[in-house]
Ligand binder design. Sequence first.
Ligand code: ATP
Ligand code: MG
Length: 365
Amino acid sequence: MDPRTTVRAQPAARTTSSDAGVPQAIHHDRRASRHRRSWHRPLTPGTAIGRYVVHKVLGRGGMGIVYGAVDPTLGRRVAIKLVRGEGKPAQRYRQRLQREALALARLCHPNIVSLFDIGTTTYGTFVAMEYVRGIDLRRWLHVAPRSIEDVLEVFRAAGEGLAAAHEAGLVHRDFKPTNVMVTADRRVKVLDFGLARGEPSVDPWLDATDGSLLSRRMTRADTVVGTTGYMPPEQLLGREVSPASDQFAFCVALYEALHGARPFPGKTPVEQARSYASGIRTEVALRRDVPARIRDALERGMEMDDHLRFRTMRDLLDALAPPPPPSRTRRALLMGALVATTALASSVVTSWFAAQPATAACQGE
Ligand SMILES: Nc1ncnc2c1ncn2[C@@H]1O[C@H](COP(=O)(O)OP(=O)(O)OP(=O)(O)O)[C@@H](O)[C@H]1O
Ligand SMILES: [Mg+2]
């Protein structure tokens, strides 16, 4: 295929192209941005949030600021995500932070950031988590050229984190490169479970209401929050999400990492919904060296109809796994074939020389 041609997607099966299909709440929330302006001034180093002492800003997100801090009691670094402010937006962000803590509390996996604590102080509500010394995946992809196998390896690790969340009954709902951290020694951690939804817990020790916020339907505003470029059609349209929705976001992010652009154009939710509905794809020079099996797996993970995607994240990860090395018997057979071919070639050459007239060997003497 000519790599410069526009690749047309299958016509979207279950989305509509009308602007009315995109929930109004996704349009810019002015109150929320006013709230952000007033509460996004960072705390000064040395400020105490509970028992933790702020050291520096690690990152800023839509909800608040993430600080690198010190836990003097345990003598270690932590990351503190703090939501400040008053009024409706802050209340919504606090609920998201609580949701994040509940989701992380259910998870214990090397590819998911660990939760240490949640609390409220005069500065606001915070969660304390494992400090990940690294850069987010978006930067990781930009700071140095990455081979296809390196990109796949890092994404597979992030996918393991998502698969573990799914196995614990959770859907992340906001998978994107800035919600993944990569350390210098290539450890990969998925973060930001603030939009996660989960099944009610089945732990007999717990009361039915313990942690029920996770399974509660979100407010209309939160239902459609996510990141436009990565959100699957069902989430963009405010419909029910499932683990297959994370699969879609994961495949969009991996496609972007491999080919340099997201597959579906759209700067706004409405434009995005239109490209989903009409099957428009971004015109992008596809990298020819991406193996066909990887391209096929991504297309399947990005099907508009969530039923046509892989059955589970695990199945998608299997499809993205490197091809198995030749088994011992296959390797022995290959070696045998190689030895036989070499022997045959050398006997052909020997007989050819033997067949040459004796004078030929003495030419020039
Ligand atoms: N545990 C951590 N260790 C190190 N850095 C972190 C950690 N958690 C978050 N960060 C940094 O802070 C940034 C924002 O964090 P996070 O995505 O959790 O915030 P957010 O407010 O939910 O963001 P948004 O809603 O915009 O996605 C991350 O991209 C990362 O750079
Ligand atoms: Mg984030």
